[in-house]
Design a protein around this ligand. Sequence first.
Ligand SMILES: Cc1cc2nc3c(=O)[nH]c(=O)nc-3n(C[C@H](O)[C@H](O)[C@H](O)COP(=O)(O)O)c2cc1C
Length: 527
Amino acid sequence: MPNNVNTEVAWNYHQATTHSYTSVRTNPHFLDFSNQPLPFKIYPALEPSRMPTEVRQTEIAALSAIAASIPAASKAAPNLEAIAQLLYLSAGITRQRKYSGGEIYFRAAACTGALYEVELYLVCGDLDDLQAGLYHFAPAEFGLRRLRAGDYRHVLVEASGGEPAIAHAPLTIVCTCTYWRNAWKYQARTYRHFGWDNGTLLANLLAVATALGLPASIVCGFVDATVNRLLDIDIQREVAFSLVALGHDSGLSAHTAPPSQTAPRGLADISPLGLETVPLSRDEIDYPLMREMHAASSLDSAEEVAAWRAGTPLGRTEMTDSPPPAAPVVRLQPLSDAEMPRDPIEQVILRRGSSRQFARSPISLPQLSTMLDRANRGVPADFLNPLGSQLNHLYLVVHAVEGLDPGAYVFHRDRGVLECLKQGDFRDQAGYLGLEQPLAADAGVDIFFLADLRPILQRFGNRGYRAVQLEAGILGGKIYLAAYAQRLGATGLTFYDDDVIRFFSPHAEGKSAIFLVAVGHSVKRLA
Ligand SMILES: Cc1cc2nc3c(=O)[nH]c(=O)nc-3n(C[C@H](O)[C@H](O)[C@H](O)COP(=O)(O)O)c2cc1C
């Protein structure tokens, strides 16, 4: 029996990494700054080739770019300049700040603890200004290190069970996650962060791809061992988490894309690279629970992948809809195209930075509506079929939104309405739910992502757990961008899992807390 269907593993992992008032207080963990992991993966023997650093303005409004995607069959291939743009605006270093212990290199997308455990690899055929190969993105040098020469795309086609977007893509980006870099701070809960942090990065990547006219498709179904072998990563430490197919060339397909002369024909021919990498820390602590979770959510053969993807779509009602509203509703009032701020996606990404303090001043209902509307228009991913389905449900604690009574709400995406679950000033409770952080109490609104894991795990097996976390990260990343596009602030936050469900119950009974993003007016702090 494939591991993936034994969903007890995901349930156990979820339960074991639940934050509660007691678990947080009884955890003896402390941050050992003398053993802090390096924020970059470094191959010391390979020189990176630098990429163009100029950020070209696409003039595409961020609020348009996050809401749309380029149709899958539109012929397009990225050149090196576009690749540089995609990498810089999703995982590049956009700010740096000195602190007593050293320097923090902040990246384009929000990431838990600014620990940046997601690495990016490129698998491409011959492109303008970039030869076919497997490359690792080196953010510190803003360059690419070539790990393999030749066209290896057929390996991904095989690993993804012939997924059409991958089969037609001139370029696929493989996102991997490194356990220790994040577990240094967050211990075994890091596996959830893989989805969150990979997701915020993908929100940027998808928006930039759209602005550049490139179709992009997220692929979660692949044979893990094959992809990991292609990258030659040490799977005790780093694992492939998601693939993003970029561009479309109708001339390629699973059957017609022949391996180039320099690339091997079969998987067995993928030779180990044996490349040295710089250790991240003096020593690393292993959290086996995460590796168990990863192994149990791995897919072992192309047939298993194809069957995983072909399974019955979760019914729209099960996935997206709560029961019809039973209480008064407020209709969203999103800004029209003519009214909406048109700040280009590049500017908005460079402006973004998680709010460290919120003023308690209100945002407007049109601002909130625009965020919810634009961020929830569908994510092109192989586990979201049909396009527009969604695994997570949005629940809100409204503190200060002009035109909306303070209270708890559930968002009915299909109807474009917010149903009021209870009215009242819940700033104190929300501050508590957000792991007792004032940010959740001071925000204009806290947006919680909740999911019913039962049908998700039943349909997708343990891999559904990866998918639901990743989707939440993508949607949360879009909300970040939609907030900054309107000159508001936002921050991801962690939370007390079961208390969140209790707060939104009875409506939320049976669901699990997946993600939280708070939005409001940032207080600008003097440097
Ligand atoms: C999913 C997620 C959860 C986060 N949780 C917290 C949190 O609990 N408390 C906090 O102060 N910041 C939190 N952050 C913000 C990160 O600390 C921040 O993204 C990181 O320091 C990088 O800075 P930047 O977002 O300004 O680029 C979170 C961010 C994400 C993406």
